[in-house]
Write a protein that binds this ligand. Structure first.
Ligand code: DGL
Length: 281
């Protein structure tokens, strides 16, 4: 290829994607860790939850979102969603990205979380709570076994937790019933569990209730800081990507559902007021 044909690599914001509100728990920690960059958050609230959907649908929806964020100029997109990371990331990285633009990157949240488990668990018995899709994919079992041979993983799906968050019931009394039921079911799988991974980015929005039902002495691990540290490390190791990220300190919030509803929910969770816009994928 001659130099005249070579497009300069595009610069732009970091894209953060989730099926709905959950990825905000990742975005908040990334922005605290790396405040100077520009960010675009996209929540596919109109089609959440993804956790009960087929592999094919999660892949198709996630690819649409990634393409959309690329069209907004993002050189780098974080799938801040375990279900999408489990069901779509590999295909997108290996099958789609080379044809779309091999210089862009899409990263997930499962691998950095599985890496962190080795630093957190002393017993090597690790419980993971996630969506049905994430649990059925076996992604955590596979990644933890690869990185920490000898560790045992116990996974349990919590199909009601994402709807509780998406429908604004996370702090209501009804949530207690489902949180206790699923925490008890996970911990009953092994008395040795000393670490519970919240393997769905929506779950930190239920953190007060989760802590209420997980006995003291068991670590409850949210992914936000783990993913933020891992991203900072990635950018240190990939200065060519870091140089393409713009640094205006801005953040745009996009949703496929009602913008006012998204703004109200996100403002209660993020550090500043949020004004979202509705887009169509
Ligand atoms: N936040 C997504 C995850 O981490 C939730 C998936 C869903 O929409 O069910 O898995």
């Amino acid at each position: 290829m001659t130099s005249e044909n070579t497009q300069p690599p595009q610069s732009g914001p970091i894209g953060v994607f989730d099926s709905g509100y959950g990825g905000l728990t990742i975005l908040r920690d990334i922005m605290r860790r790396m405040p100077g960059y520009d960010y675009v958050y996209l929540g596919d609230n109109a089609r959440a939850p993804y956790g009960t959907r087929s592999f094919e649908l999660v892949y198709r929806f996630t690819l649409q979102a990634v393409r959309y964020l690329f069209s907004r100029g993002c050189p780098l997109v974080i799938l801040a969603c375990n279900t999408a990371s489990a069901k779509a990331l590999r295909n997108i990285q290996q099958r789609d990205l080379p044809g779309i633009d091999p210089s862009r990157r899409v990263l997930g949240v499962i691998r950095p979380t599985a890496e962190a488990v080795g630093r957190i668990s002393a017993t090597g018995h690790v419980g993971i709570l996630g969506t049905q899709g994430t649990v059925a994919s076996g992604s955590y079992d596979i990644e933890v076994a690869k990185l920490h041979p000898g560790f045992s993983t116990y996974t349990h799906a919590c199909p009601m937790w994402v709807p509780l968050v998406e429908y604004g019931e996370a702090t209501g009394p009804g949530a207690d019933y489902f949180v206790k039921k699923d925490v008890d079911a996970l911990l009953a799988m092994s008395p040795g569990i000393d670490t519970v991974i919240l393997g769905c980015t929506h779950y930190p929005m239920l953190i007060d209730k989760i802590r209420r039902y997980v006995p003291a002495g068991i670590n409850v691990v949210s992914q936000g800081r783990i993913v933020a540290d891992s991203l900072a490390d990635y950018l240190r190791r990939h200065p060519e990507m870091e140089a393409r990220l713009t640094r205006g300190g801005t953040v745009s919030y996009l949703t496929t559902e009602n913008a006012d509803k998204f703004s109200a929910t996100a403002s209660a969770f993020m550090d500043g007021a949020v004004r979202a816009h509705t887009i169509t994928l």
